[in-house]
Design a protein around this ligand. Structure first.
Ligand code: 3HC
Length: 287
């Protein structure tokens, strides 16, 4: 093994926005990666998403056409879960649903090698719970990426009760090999970033729901006044209101504190399919 992590090939299970972004970053860093989803439609969407991201990266001068071509060749898109066998690191990135994640962790455990590291990209489910679905929980930890993954440099490494020191060392080295920065956090809801971000986003939703200010002014306030790249309501739309709601709910469940509670408006928006950019409307409307 030539690199510090000892990780030479990667598999990502779940090819949504996060999974395809993770696979793209892994491929750009030079690793072969299997990206798996359940059907051809999901795989096709992931292919298109990755393709348009490469186009953006080339247009922005982040990659040249040759590098993008090589990275593209390193990504194997598949619906076959057996294709993850042989990966030194498997990253779970399926939707934020406990039963689904447990089922996928069990399937990864059956298909993957005994000594591979298993990372979950969950933003709200205890890693300790997911690790119980695997017969060697010492190999499991959280690898929490940020959207858009090819642009955001951070990965939160979530150390669960059973995570071994060697799993942590390998994962930390791998994040560096990806060209990203790792921060280490314990296994509790929100980790570091969402623990700070979600109360802020919920305060913005409450401000809007109460009619205190317009959506544009709330967003302009934080964009122009504090230098954030996006205002909080635009950011909610970007992350997905269902995802923001799920994280908020898990913080309330964990800490029983009102400051994390999703405002009723957020629940109604999710119920009516206003999920943000991905569904065409949220706090704003999208093409
Ligand atoms: N690959 C590589 N680089 C890319 C790229 C790609 N696919 N797409 C864009 N870039 C680069 C651009 O070249 C540009 O680089 P530069 O600043 O050096 O010129 C930079 O990224 C910004 O891109 P654009 O100028 O095209 O786009 P914007 O200026 O509109 O920025 C944004 C878009 C990066 C999304 C910015 O609005 C942003 O940072 N928003 C905040 C995102 C954020 O907060 N994410 C975290 C969400 S929380 C989360 O994910 C956790 C979960 O648990 C909820």
């Amino acid at each position: 093994m030539s690199n510090a992590s000892g990780i030479e090939s990667v598999a990502v299970v779940g090819a949504g926005l996060m999974g395809s972004g993770i696979a793209e970053s892994v491929a750009v860093a030079g690793f072969p990666v299997v990206l798996r989803d359940v059907d051809e439609v999901s795989v096709g969407r992931a292919r298109d998403r990755i393709e348009s991201s490469f186009t953006r990266a080339v247009a922005g001068g982040k990659l040249d056409a040759g590098q993008a071509g090589l990275a593209r060749e390193r990504i194997e898109l598949t619906t076959d879960l057996e294709a993850i066998a042989g990966a030194d690191l498997v990253i779970e990135a399926v939707p934020e649903n406990l039963d689904l994640k447990l089922e996928v962790m069990r399937a990864i455990d059956r298909a993957a090698e005994d000594d591979c590291v298993i990372g979950s990209n969950t933003s709200s489910i205890p890693i300790a719970e997911l690790a119980q679905a695997v017969h060697v929980p010492e190999r499991v930890l959280g690898l929490h990426f940020f959207a858009p993954v090819p642009v955001m440099r951070l990965v939160e490494i979530v150390v669960a009760l059973d995570t071994s020191a060697s799993t942590l060392t390998r994962a930390t080295a791998f994040v560096e090999e990806l060209g990203k920065s790792a921060i280490e956090t314990k296994d509790r809801s929100g980790f570091i970033v969402n623990m700070l971000l979600i109360p802020y986003l919920m305060a913005a939703v409450r401000m809007y729901a109460e009619g205190f200010a317009s959506r544009e002014d709330i967003d302009a306030g934080m964009k122009l006044g504090c230098g954030h790249p996006m205002g909080p309501l635009t950011l909610c739309d970007f992350i997905g209101l269902d995802v923001v709601y799920a994280i908020s709910d898990s913080l309330v469940e964990e800490f029983k504190a009102h400051e994390y509670a999703p405002p009723p408006l957020l629940k109604r928006m999710v119920a009516s399919g206003r999920l943000g950019r991905k569904s065409g409307r949220g706090f704003y409307e999208y093409e």
